[in-house]
Design a protein around this ligand. Sequence first.
Ligand code: ZN
Length: 180
Amino acid sequence: MTREKVLQQDPASLCPQDILGRQVLLPVRFYDFSGASAEGEVVIDRDLERDVAELFALLFEKRFPIASAIPVASPLFGWDDARSMRANNTSGFNYRPMTGSAMRPSNHALGRAIDINPLLNPYIKGDIVLPAGAVYNPARPGTIDADSFIVWFLKDHGWTWGGDWTSLKDYQHFEKTGAL
Ligand SMILES: [Zn+2]
């Protein structure tokens, strides 16, 4: 996809131009679940491009499997996070509200968050599991737990992991908020 295509918004979402202007389309390489080398793209705020590039270099080196990395703007998903999650797709920028909130914007809306293998690393809040039917089992390849090198690497670079949250768990989710 081209950067222009990736940032083409649903007219209803009205993402501010200053946010869109900061997004970069980062090509990434990884191993998929069949063990084959694959390529994809992550849309992320330009301040986080280096962290995410280094993360994917590490994922590749350690052969941590990634199902796919396709921008949510792709016709496959049409900016629909639920479809992207069901497909176990890894993604960054998405102009949308925070899960569970109609008003508060998610850090994904700023390109300051990434979701990794969401079908294996679900969002869990009480009885709510997203994507629906997902089961969190850290023993499975592609799953992230507190001992994961992904968690250590990103925390070391100033990111927060949703698996550390207490009111809910968002195992797929990492974010790095901007400097205040
Ligand atoms: Zn997320």
